[in-house]
Design a binder for this molecule. Structure first.
Ligand SMILES: O=C(O)CCC(=O)C(=O)O
Ligand SMILES: [Fe+2]
Length: 355
């Protein structure tokens, strides 16, 4: 067991929430020390760092020309950013707020009540509550607690707080529709049939999860990290948050804080999309920073292939571009296990399967 995990256990800290609530905390404990270099941050007023916005209503109910335009815009967005903000996506603001509230209710439960949802790190657990990332592997502790609920292909109902189950069922269905519309537009942007990604990735049985993160205020936000730089393993991840910012994406070698319209979904492409497109589209590197003002809650909603799908660069694309596949084929469950194994601690798992 890593030394920090032992220190954590002996000090009886079971969550970052309870650590922050202890009256004596005035600085970042050494087990959490992580330096953020302010020189690496992008100037949000520089037009080079203007985050792309995608109006989803033009995909779903625009004219054919408007749809074609968005699909065309997506090529550049996916190649250069691997990230955008989706607006007018049809998910009601009250549902998004209700989902954040339900997570707030969960995290506000006494630690003892949350403990029953600690299930270890099997990638296919129905639920998983915890702190940091994986206490058995972490060399630096993360300034966050998390609670993950698996919502597709089977929806797992969760009863604490009482409203959680109903809201998460509706929210996961609606956000899945947005993610699937995005995969259709991305398929088209690649010159493929709209259902190409859905069909080849077996998304009828695709994995979807709600991954809620709780980042309480931190006395020295430049000296700790919520989630360090990483890419997500799946195809496409949607993210929502409460009123606090903290997500940063890497763009042109700088870290850019994402600040967007309050009802938008932040959308990041993930590793299987980079593999499928043979590196044409980018799985964006991102991280979650913390602040010293108020608790930030975010919910990441990753959408992936089914666990048994073998993902490899699309032969249609390789042929058309005259390229050899740049990645080895691998089944999605094994890929997720590789991510969680700690073999690539703070490194890109994609590098592991480059051909
Ligand atoms: O908190 C955030 O905004 C990002 C969370 C994230 O990247 C993740 O859960 O994978
Ligand atoms: Fe992420």
């Amino acid at each position: 067991m890593a030394a920090v995990a032992r220190a954590l256990e002996t000090s009886n800290v079971t969550s970052i929430k309870s650590l922050v609530e202890s009256p004596t905390l005035s600085s970042v404990p050494s087990a959490y020390a992580f330096n953020i270099n302010p020189n690496d941050e992008a100037d949000p007023n520089d037009p080079e760092f203007a985050i792309p916005i995608v109006d989803m209503s033009l995909l779903t109910s625009g004219s054919p020309d408007q749809r074609t335009q968005i699909v065309h815009d997506l090529v550049k967005i996916c190649e250069e950013w691997g990230f955008f903000i989706a607006i007018n996506h049809g998910v009601q603001e009250s549902l998004m707020k209700g989902m954040i509230e339900a997570y707030h209710g969960f995290f506000s439960l006494p630690d003892e009540e949350k403990e029953e949802f600690k299930f270890g790190n099997d990638v296919l657990e129905m639920f998983n509550y915890g702190t940091s990332y994986n206490l058995a592997l972490d060399k630096v502790l993360l300034w966050r607690d998390f609670f993950k609920v698996r919502t597709h292909p089977e929806f797992h109902s969760h009863y604490k707080p009482a409203s959680f189950s109903e809201i998460s069922l509706e929210f996961s269905k609606r956000s899945r529709e947005v993610a699937l519309e995005i995969t259709r537009a991305i398929s088209e942007s690649l010159g493929l049939q709209p259902d190409y990604i859905y069909n080849t990735m077996n998304m009828d049985r695709g994995l979807q999860m709600l991954a809620g993160n709780y980042y309480p205020p931190c006395p020295q936000p430049q000296n700790a990290i919520g989630i360090p730089h990483h890419t997500d393993p799946g195809l496409v991840t949607l993210v929502i948050q409460n009123e606090m910012n903290g997500l940063q994406v890497e763009h042109n070698g700088k870290w850019l804080t994402v600040n967007g319209p309050p009802n938008g979904f932040f959308v990041n492409l993930a590793d299987q999309m980079q593999i499928l497109t043979n590196g044409k589209y980018k799985s964006v590197m991102h991280r979650a920073t913390v602040n010293n003002k108020a608790t930030r809650i975010s919910i990441a909603i990753p959408h992936g292939p089914s666990i048994d799908t073998i993902i490899a660069p699309a032969p249609e694309l390789c042929e058309r571009e005259g390229q050899a596949p740049k990645y080895h084929a691998m089944n999605y469950k094994e890929y997720m296990q590789l991510v969680q194994s700690g073999k690539n601690y703070m490194k890109a798992t994609l590098d592991h399967i480059r051909a």
